[in-house]
Design a protein around this ligand. Structure first.
Ligand SMILES: Nc1ncnc2c1ncn2[C@@H]1O[C@H](COP(=O)(O)OP(=O)(O)O)[C@@H](O)[C@H]1O
Ligand code: SF4
Ligand SMILES: [Mg+2]
Length: 326
């Protein structure tokens, strides 16, 4: 039994311009202690999938039109609102990209961290404050005791992101979803925050879903990767297999566009074109207008997610060619 099992999830947005099919049959699993990286360009449905799992999707305009979200074998989509609210924070927590807009600017960091313990655990103000300091220490904020009364804007971006991690960890969740947690940070700080997150995850044996558009930052921490395109998973694989031999042209395109130290000064091989509008996903393979390998069949037949190896799947008609090319 997996900690989390998402099965064939579908999410739509009803907008003035039509129906945006944001998530079209996503399935993935996360075990305790495991890190799943969800990768894809902006607009591929990564965050919407996460919001549906967490129960924080804007409904309307969003609508879950199918699928299951099994958490510890219980389908969260069938739970009453109040039950879901209890699971949020306590059993699963989320870390967002932008700590400044997720934290309350007029309350001290210590108050906000302490609030978790007062509201959910019934601790006194003093006990909660002590817990807040303990958490700030855990995420290695220097001089936590002296800084507990500071406000969010008094911390650097990297320190604020650590505070977000502390908030997420407060109630000892079993699953953390981190949505582009380091995207707003500079590269050195990114690595430090990512390392901290990985270390805490390991220590508490939590499941972690790490959403990112940057393959570079997840290579060292992820166990497996799910690549999303136009609301679908187009490839899943253990992280090393995916790096060594991508089985989907889109994944290869993402890999080729990672800046490499040995190619300084060279132009990056970015994938040409843009992702499709979710109001009008191309027929056949959604990637076909941008795919260097596309053939006639790609414009008419949608590729299923083929099993292409142990724990590996690819939604490309020509996955064998991809793997043979290596
Ligand atoms: N609140 C919303 N209202 C309408 N459409 C939305 C909303 N949120 C997301 N979408 C649609 O879902 C698509 C996928 O969004 P998202 O999951 O945030 O992408 P990303 O992969 O960048 O996280 C968007 O491109 C947009 O079309
Ligand atoms: S199915 Fe065709 S268009 Fe889609 S990724 Fe494979 S080769 Fe490219
Ligand atoms: Mg997003």
């Amino acid at each position: 039994m997996s900690l989390l099992e998402v099965n064939d999830l579908h999410v739509e947005f009803h907008t003035r311009d039509g129906v945006a099919k944001a998530v079209n049959g996503v399935s993935y699993t996360v075990d305790a202690g495991e890190t799943l990286a969800v990768l894809g360009e902006s607009g591929s449905g990564k965050s919407v999938t996460a919001q549906a799992i967490m129960g924080i999707l804007d409904m309307p305009p969003g609508k879950i039109t199918g699928g299951e979200v099994l958490f510890q074998d219980q389908d969260l989509l069938k739970l009453p609102r109040e039950e879901r609210r209890k699971i949020r924070g306590r059993k699963m927590a989320m870390i967002f990209q932008d700590a400044l807009s997720s934290l309350n600017p007029v309350l001290s960091v210590g108050y906000q961290l302490g609030e978790m313990f007062r509201v959910h655990r019934g601790l006194s103000r003093k006990e909660a404050r002590a817990k807040a300091v303990e958490l700030m220490d855990r995420v290695r904020i220097p001089a936590a005791k002296e800084r507990v009364n500071d406000y969010p804007h008094q911390f650097s971006g990297g320190m604020r992101q650590r505070i977000m991690i502390a908030m997420a960890l407060a109630l000892g969740p079993e699953l953390i979803i981190a949505d582009e947690p380091t995207t707003a940070l500079d590269v050195t700080v990114q690595a430090q925050v990512m390392e901290l997150l990985a270390e805490l995850q390991d220590e508490f044996n939590m499941g972690l879903i790490l959403i990112t558009h940057d393959l570079g930052v997840v290579a060292d921490v992820a166990d497996k990767i799910a690549v999303m395109y136009a609301g679908r998973i187009v490839e899943t694989a253990p992280v090393h297999d995916l790096y060594r031999a991508p089985a989907h042209p889109y994944t290869k395109g993402l890999l080729d566009s990672i800046p490499r130290l040995d190619q300084k000064g060279h132009e990056l091989n970015a994938i040409k074109g843009l992702p499709p509008s979710l109001l009008a996903i191309p027929p056949g393979c959604a990637f076909n207008p941008r795919c260097p390998m596309a053939r006639d069949v790609c414009r008419t037949d949608e590729p299923p997610l083929y099993e292409v190896g142990e724990h590996r799947a690819s939604a490309c008609h020509f996955w064998e060619e991809m793997l043979d090319a290596r």
